[in-house]
Design a protein around this ligand. Structure first.
Ligand SMILES: O=C(O)C1=C[C@@H](OP(=O)(O)O)[C@@H](O)[C@H](O)C1
Ligand SMILES: C=C(OP(=O)(O)O)C(=O)O
Length: 408
């Protein structure tokens, strides 16, 4: 689906219900497979969470998780300890380029039997499930926190639990804390001091327990961007959110103050209000919240302000190389972008070129991050249906608040 967006303005007040966090859902689905007494409410309706659910129920010998990175990493750990079962875990062409060696080496150190079916260090993998007898392992923590969360999620099912030694600067830390918090909620004992994480074993099911997933903050980012680019007084209410979030992307409420957006918290919802047009240049280290880098860059472009984002070293190995994708697509609008391996800088915004065609590179966040620009300029988005990876209702929700677009 390719779409043409016509310069739109949105309703002064609107409200949207977003489904559960993809990250929390994928963790809880895996924990539910290990401890069936857990019940989950407000599970994400994202493609990635549906794929995770199907993979955990599947009895097939080959499991294809398409573009779902967390599912790939979490399931590698899960199938490593499913005794007497051999599984081939594969994914999309891009998944075959997303590195997994750090996790596979750590699992092998614990005793797992995993082999590469194509290129060393990358999916597809063949996994022969078995009992893992060791409990101490060291791994590099500066590439992806998903490797760490994968090990932590299965750790309470290991005979002696897990002692994980993290080397290097730990990246995407809130995602590790989210994993530990969810483990604690089901009664697993954990500790995280300096660079060592300890997980105690838990063989028995916890008391029947219902966990309610908070809605997805990364999805909320697009509405922060929309409000930032709207006229003073514009309000959008989003549910179901809370103040004490497990999601690192909840830092949006602090960041977007600098773009003139105030957040007020109700019992189960947040209201975003455009309260100021006074915005200055923006500098921020996003190593704790990499998934909102694209949203923020496009907000700065729409507001006409310079930006310098750092801590972006994980962006090159996501659904696409997000640094290159952002540079390519923003430059089509007439503004220069410079990138390094871990940063992105825009020094000066030029007047917009009209009717640009934005490519999405099989990356949901490219489509969603650019959409708010329709408040400023007419343009087109190619393969706009990529949004379903994390937010299948995105285009419907945008239409409901006043965005105008049609199929190309
Ligand atoms: O654990 C998770 O749920 C995630 C961790 C982050 O990945 P990295 O740790 O690779 O940055 C994030 O980008 C991804 O969307 C979800
Ligand atoms: C990076 C992402 O997902 P994953 O790594 O799970 O594919 C994302 O949703 O932005």
């Amino acid at each position: 689906m390719n779409i043409s967006l016509k310069k739109s303005s949105i309703a002064k007040e609107s409200s949207i219900k977003i489904t559960g966090s993809k990250s929390e859902s994928n963790r809880l689905l895996l924990l539910q497979a290990l401890y069936p007494s857990i019940k989950i409410l407000n599970v994400s309706n994202s493609d990635d969470s549906i794929l995770m659910q199907k993979a955990l129920k599947s009895t097939s010998s080959t499991i294809d998780i398409h573009h779902a990175g967390t599912a790939m990493r979490f399931l590698t750990a899960y199938f490593s300890l499913q005794q007497d079962r051999e599984v081939v875990l594969t994914g999309s062409a891009r998944m075959h380029e997303r590195p997994i060696k750090i996790l596979v080496d750590a699992l092998k150190d614990l005793g797992a039997d995993i082999s590469y079916l194509k290129n060393e260090g990358f999916p597809p993998l063949s996994i022969q499930g078995k009992t893992l007898s060791k409990y101490k392992v060291t791994l590099a923590a500066n590439v992806s926190s998903q490797y760490i969360s994968a090990l932590l999620l299965v750790a309470p099912k290991l005979e002696k639990g897990l002692a994980l030694n993290l080397e290097g600067k730990i990246t995407s830390v809130p995602y590790i804390q989210m994993t530990l918090n969810l483990l604690e909620q089901i009664g697993v004992e954990t500790s995280f001091r300096d660079n060592v994480i300890i997980i105690k074993p838990k063989t028995h099911n916890p008391e029947p327990k219902t966990l309610v997933v908070e809605s997805d903050w990364s999805s909320a980012s697009y509405f922060y961007s929309i409000v930032a680019l709207s006229t003073l007084g514009t309000k959008i209410t989003l549910s179901s959110y809370k103040k004490n979030s497990l999601q690192g992307d909840a830092v949006l409420s602090t960041i977007y103050k600098q773009f003139g957006v105030e957040t007020t918290y109700q019992e189960t919802s947040i209201t975003l209000t455009k309260t100021s047009n006074q915005v200055g240049d923006f500098k921020y280290n996003l190593s704790n919240a990499p998934d909102i880098a694209q949203t923020i860059t496009v907000t700065c472009l729409g507001l006409g302000i310079a930006c310098h984002l750092t801590g972006l070293h994980t962006l090159k190995i996501k659904e696409t190389d997000r640094l290159v994708a952002l540079k390519n697509e923003i430059e089509k609008f007439g503004t220069e972008v410079s990138i390094t391996n871990n940063s992105l800088t825009i020094s000066k915004i030029n007047p917009f070129t009209n009717n640009v065609y934005v490519k999405t590179y099989h990356d949901h966040r490219m489509a969603m991050a650019f959409a708010p620009l329709a408040l400023k300029v007419d343009f087109n988005i190619l393969e706009a249906d990529v949004v379903s990876k994390s937010y299948p209702d995105f285009w419907n929700d945008l239409q409901n608040i006043g965005f105008k677009f049609s199929n190309l």
